[in-house]
Design a binder for this molecule. Structure first.
Ligand code: BGC
Length: 744
């Protein structure tokens, strides 16, 4: 494999990001053109633009590994010509080959451009969550939570760039990603789709991803799922959140604001409800906050069937038709219906009756057409076949491997059990040891990501990569345990006796959305019991966790010699984990979420003083947010602040020296935390306000500098407005602290 410093590699790679100019007319010209188009459209044509259906609705047959998906041409024509649908999404259960995507998109645009009266191109949308996961053979990155474990903006940007290139190569200009919801409820089965629990980390990584994606030109990202969906009280998917306006603005809204500033032009709506108001019925959040206050001029798209659910599930609408009225008047611009034309029919009726004003329809259509212009669809709606050469290139695979490597978090390394030594006899065991699906999770080839037989076999499982690096004759394997059914451990115990070390791979099977609901964060008993048996052999056990959320593993963590958490590291994850285990890569991942120790210990790192008081459970996680070990040791010294006192509007510079005290080169994430010592609302004990990942050779020292601005010191006050208050602050970096005062 080519050895090129990843920093240099990424610099070259990302510098090409701006090369493709967005096919765009000057803004006022585009707006004029849109006005002209709207003036020629019938009501039905307008409402059609607001309608999005799934590919399943216009298909004859699902595609499988053995038989090809089949489109129903008559239904497709009916959808585009009779109902004027503005958008189609998804696959019929299974990813397509690249060429088939070209065929499909060409067929769709042929009908739109040749058979429909207004000749408005259709915008195809897809969930390219960790790469173009619905195109066979795509580069599939670590899922967002694993990517966040890299704490590396360049890698977030690289994943945005490559995902976009590969979606565009498939002929698709619109990606339902990134998820900018904060991962502050660890039970939630979509935690792994987030960039973790922290406002600043998630915003920074999302920003890098979005900017790199848009730099490819003619492409739209979609911020999901506006807003508060990620914080269900009971941890189950699509269940209520209670988030006051102040807390919403403090925690959940800022990553979306960052995404909008980075140029995101579409926003998907929270499928659930906040404070008793379904996302799709929330006029305040959709219209007053998003469109008016934050000046969002792109369009909002509903989530799957969620307008219908205002009637069938939420009962805020007395009829399916009233559900359409409520949603459109709240600010929903496009409905992911997605199976039929009910939205179209009801909305046409509602406008004719005068219940929904034509001005609201015109506003929604203007927003949708704006994005169709921005994505270059009016210039060329067809797939650019030349992009095939940019699909799944060796360079992309290389960057993906680097991302997976940096996503691995070393949590425990007793007596330096890791790196594994050459010549050791290794037993690899556990339910996640020899599967590719467990490295990838949901949104991989299929929605649930659990069709192991469809995974491209050229990628390595953990077992295969360990066998390659150690030599097959040094490695024995037994699955040992299922995910959740107690049973016989096969020959695992016998094989353990003949081994020097056990690599025990535990975790979760793939899942996505509601099917991933759990009521207990504890790792299933079957795996705990199996781990106990392995530990009881007396052989050193190195545990590898592959999982979408931090399942509780207290006893295992205490008894294991080594513990590696990889969340969902993607298609190169097996290789990456093995390289870390053998020391070919020095681990540099850090937790982007708190790893809880106890079922009721779901306190987050930026907790309030009241949570750490004597009588409270406090912050006693198994491993804290930001934690991760290395095979080398870093020392911090010389913390300096530019002044002990600053005025409002003045920046503060903080610098610190970091030295590699060990014997191998390594990367350290330098983390800056800020504490506002007194505030008119309770302030978190500390908040991340800066981070830099630096690479240091043995003995090398680097100085890292951060700038603290007003914005970093601000918070949402009692009146729900962002304010900055004068007073004393504390800066903490690498165990050192310094204080300063902000004067009026
Ligand atoms: C999910 C969204 C996704 C949409 C389209 C929904 O079930 O909540 O995240 O983008 O489906 O596939």
């Amino acid at each position: 494999m080519k050895v090129l410093s990843i920093t240099v590699f990424l610099m070259i790679f990302l510098s090409q990001a701006g090369n493709v100019a967005m096919a765009q007319m000057p803004e006022d010209l585009t707006e004029k053109k849109i006005t002209e188009i709207i003036s020629q459209m019938t009501l039905e044509e307008k409402v059609g633009q607001m309608t999005q259906i799934t590919l399943q609705a216009v298909s004859k047959k699902q595609g499988t590994a053995k038989s090809k998906h089949e489109i129903d041409r008559a239904k497709l024509e009916e959808a585009i010509v009779k109902y004027n649908v503005g958008s189609i999404l998804n696959v019929y259960d299974v990813a397509h080959e690249l060429d088939y995507w070209h065929e499909l998109i060409t067929m769709i645009q042929d009908i739109a451009l040749n058979k429909s009266r207004m000749k408005i191109p259709v915008i195809y949308g897809i969930d390219a969550i960790h790469g173009a996961n619905y195109t066979m053979g795509a580069t599939l990155f670590p899922q967002s939570l694993a990517l966040a474990s890299t704490w590396n903006r360049d890698l977030a940007a690289a994943s945005g760039k490559i995902t976009t290139i590969e979606a565009k190569a498939s002929g698709i200009p619109w990606n339902f990603n990134p998820v900018m919801d904060l991962g502050r409820q660890v039970l939630w089965p979509r935690l792994w789709e987030t960039y973790g629990e922290d406002v600043y980390l998630a915003s920074q990584l999302g920003d890098s991803y979005i900017r790199a994606s848009h730099a490819q030109g003619n492409f739209a990202t979609c911020l999901k799922h506006y807003v508060g969906y990620s914080f269900p009280i009971n941890g189950l998917d699509r269940t209520p959140a209670w988030i006051s306006e102040r807390m919403l603005r403090e925690y959940f809204l800022p990553p979306f604001e960052t995404g909008l500033k980075a140029g995101a032009k579409t926003v998907m709506i929270n499928s659930s409800e906040v404070d008793g108001i379904p996302g799709h019925a929330n006029y305040h959040l959709l219209t007053e906050v998003l469109k008016e206050e934050l000046k969002f001029d792109g369009f909002t798209v509903s989530d799957w069937e969620d307008i219908i659910r205002l009637y069938t599930r939420d009962k805020v609408a007395a009829s399916p038709k009233d559900a359409v009225r409520i949603a459109v008047m709240a600010g929903v611009d496009m409905s992911m219906v997605p199976y039929d034309f009910s939205f179209f029919n009801y909305l046409v009726e509602l406008v004719k009756e005068g219940t929904v004003p034509l001005s609201r329809i015109d506003d929604a259509v203007r927003r949708i057409l704006r994005v169709k212009f921005q994505t270059g669809l009016f210039e060329n709606a067809y797939p650019d076949k030349s992009l095939k050469n940019s699909f799944a290139t060796p360079e992309s695979k290389e960057i993906n491997l680097r991302s997976a490597e940096e996503s691995v978090v070393l949590l425990k390394n007793k007596n330096n059990i890791l790196p594994l030594k050459k010549g050791q006899k290794i037993l690899v065991t556990g339910p996640t040891a020899n599967m590719l699906s467990v490295l990838n999770g949901g949104w991989t080839i299929t929605w649930q990501g659990n069709e192991e037989s469809l995974y491209p076999q050229e990628h390595e499982t953990v077992l295969e990569a360990v066998q390659r690096l150690a030599g097959a004759d040094m490695v024995s394997y037994s699955p040992g345990s299922s995910f959740d059914k107690a049973g016989n451990t096969g020959d695992a115990l016998k094989l353990a006796e003949n081994s020097d070390v056990i690599v025990l791979c535990l975790g979760e099977p793939p899942y996505c959305e509601t099917p991933g609901n759990i009521s207990d964060l504890t790792l299933p008993a079957a795996q705990i019991e199996f781990a106990e048996k392995m530990i009881a052999t007396g052989k050193p056990v190195v545990v590898v966790m592959l999982q979408g959320r931090p399942r509780l593993i207290n006893g295992i963590a205490a008894a294991a010699a080594g513990l590696v958490n990889a969340f969902l590291p993607g298609m190169e994850g097996g290789t990456a984990i093995a390289r870390v285990l053998f020391g070919e890569v020095n681990p540099s991942g850090k937790l982007p979420v708190t790893y809880p120790a106890a079922p009721n210990g779901i306190t987050l790192y930026d907790h309030k003083p009241i949570e750490s008081g004597q009588d409270q459970s406090g912050y006693k996680p198994l491993y804290p947010f930001g934690f991760g070990l290395s095979y080398t040791e870093f020392a911090y010294s010389g913390l300096k602040i530019s002044s002990k006192e600053i005025s409002m509007g003045q920046n503060l510079t903080v610098s610190v020296d970091v030295t590699n005290k060990g014997k191998v080169t390594g990367k350290e994430v330098v983390q800056l935390y800020l504490t506002d010592l007194v505030g008119s609302v309770t302030r978190p004990n500390k908040q991340l306000k800066g981070f830099e990942k630096v690479e240091l050779k043995p003995g090398e020292t680097k100085t890292v500098t951060f700038t603290i601005t007003d914005e970093h010191m601000s918070f949402i006050g009692q009146k729900n407005k962002r304010i900055t208050e004068p007073g004393d602050f504390k800066v903490t970096v690498g165990g050192m602290e310094a204080g300063f005062t902000l004067k009026n």
